[in-house]
Structure formats: structure tokens, C-alpha cells
Design a protein around this ligand. Structure first.
Ligand SMILES: [Zn+2]
Length: 274
């Protein structure tokens, strides 16, 4: 009995057409794009080339940063307060290279590695409110998985689920009704979702970043504290040798498709799109 019920469902899933956006992300102009990043570098590492394209094409790009990244250092002399300041300056510099001004960065300020300990209703409300305020044409965020959940490290996992939970809450006025009653923010349906850090077999959308690859590299290099030797003994600048090696590795190892540098996404249209 079970088998007969299961087979049609499996067939249906395997032949389900994948969704396509009405307008390609990289062709956007004069639109609002909201990026949710767990740490102040996942945006650059994952989708820096795409963000540079969007900014260049005169879109309003806002980056919401869940955590202040104040734990990831091996330097025994580093403190959390100092690291948070360093990470903020590096992210501002990084986004500046991509064409996103620091006024467009929204810092939620949660502690690194502890996003899962933030009261969930508060965290979801925080992001729901931002979505209702900015009313984006597209959201870029960490992939929570479609047909199966993949493992993500802690803040990535929480950011992935929380952003999508907030997308759902944002469209119904009865979630967080104080947004309407107190802040006069209307409910909002997000029309396009692009998930990054997706698995190879679930990626269904690729942006050619050949025109902005060098900018991405330059933006990545602004995140000095995230690479050795600054990770073990902090220094604010690069030894030219180390920088040359980083760039060489990036050229070699960056995702490519059909001979082009690309950034891959899973495109979806709704929180419950299937
Ligand atoms: Zn991260």
C-alpha cells in the first residue's frame, strides 16, 4: 500500500519544473535587495561578485549582519571587544569595495557563535521588521535546504532558518502586529529569494561574475583578520607574499561554470515554494 502511494509522489517531484525568475537578478536596476549574512564576511565570500554587479547597476543594496564576529581569533592577546571593532571596520571596507556604503549596513550585533541562543521570537521579529521596512524586490540569504537540510555551522544554520521564518511572518499582519499598530509597517510578501551556500545538486541559478571578480578579490582581501597570519597574530595589513598567494588560490579555486567565474544560488519564490 505504501509503495503505491509513494511512487507517484516521487515521480511528481523528479519532473517538477524548476522555478525561474521573471527578471534575472544581475539585470536588476533601481531595485531594492536585502542581503542577510550570518557574519560580516559571508556576504563577500559567497556573493560579493553579485553584490558588486547589483550596486554597479544602481540598485539599493542593504546588508543585514546577524553577528559581530567577535570570537574567531587564535591570537591570545585579542579581546572580543577589539575583534568586534576590527570586524566592523573590515566589513565596511569590504562592502565599500563592492560599492555598498557603510550606511547600508544593518548590524544586529549578536555574539559570534551564539545566534542559536538568542530568544527565537525576538530574533524572528527583528528580521520581520526589517523586511517590512525595506520591502525588498529580492532577498539573498543562507540556504535552509529544500528537499533535505544540509549541515551548516551554528550561526549559518540559525540565520538560514530565521530569515526564512521572518519572510513567512512578514507577509501576515497578525505576526508581530505591533509593527503595524505602533510602527505603521504594512505586511509584505517577498517576491524573490536567492539562497547562497547552497549544495551543488540544489543550485539552480548562476550569476556570471567575470566583470566583478577582481572587485570581489579586493573585497575578500579587506577581511585581513580572517586569514593567516593575522588570525593567529593579528596584524591589520598583508605581507605582499601572503596576499599574492591568496589571490592565486582564489583564481584557481573559485567556483566556475563553462569557463566563467560564477556564484551559485538556489532560487525560490515563496517560503513554502515547492
Ligand atoms: Zn560565516
Amino acid at each position: 500500500m505504501k509503495t503505491t502511494v509513494l511512487i507517484p509522489i516521487v515521480l511528481l517531484l523528479s519532473f517538477a519544473p524548476s522555478v525561474r525568475p521573471a527578471e534575472r537578478l544581475e539585470n536588476y536596476t533601481n531595485k531594492t535587495v536585502l542581503v542577510f549574512t550570518p557574519h560580516p564576511d559571508d556576504d563577500t565570500f559567497a556573493v560579493g561578485g553579485t553584490l558588486a554587479l547589483l550596486a554597479h547597476n544602481k540598485n539599493r543594496v542593504f546588508v543585514v549582519i546577524y553577528t559581530n564576529d567577535n570570537k574567531g581569533s587564535y591570537d591570545p592577546d585579542m579581546t572580543s571587544e577589539r575583534l568586534a571593532r576590527i570586524r566592523k571596520a573590515e566589513e565596511e571596507a569590504s562592502c565599500g569595495v563592492l560599492g555598498i556604503p557603510k550606511e547600508n549596513l544593518v548590524w544586529l550585533g549578536h555574539d559570534d557563535g551564539e545566534l542559536e541562543y538568542v530568544p527565537p521570537k525576538m530574533l524572528c521579529g527583528q528580521v520581520t521588521k526589517i523586511i517590512r521596512q525595506y520591502r525588498p524586490d529580492a532577498i539573498l540569504s543562507v540556504d535552509p535546504g529544500e528537499w533535505y537540510a544540509r549541515w551548516h555551522k551554528t550561526d549559518h544554520r540559525m540565520a538560514a532558518y530565521n530569515t526564512l521564518d521572518a519572510v513567512r511572518a512578514a507577509e501576515f499582519h497578525l505576526y508581530y502586529p505591533e509593527h503595524l499598530l505602533v510602527d505603521k509597517l504594512q505586511a509584505y510578501i517577498v517576491p524573490n529569494l536567492y539562497f547562497f551556500y547552497t549544495t551543488t545538486n540544489e543550485a539552480n541559478y548562476y550569476v556570471n561574475i567575470d566583470p566583478t571578480f577582481q572587485l570581489k578579490l579586493e573585497a575578500v582581501a579587506k577581511q585581513v583578520s580572517q586569514f593567516e597570519p593575522a588570525m593567529t597574530k593579528y596584524r591589520p595589513d598583508w605581507d605582499p607574499k601572503d596576499l599574492a598567494r591568496l589571490k592565486e588560490e582564489y583564481h584557481k579555486e573559485h567556483e566556475k561554470k563553462d569557463g566563467h567565474y560564477v556564484e551559485s544560488f538556489r532560487y525560490a519564490t515563496e517560503f513554502n515554494q515547492k
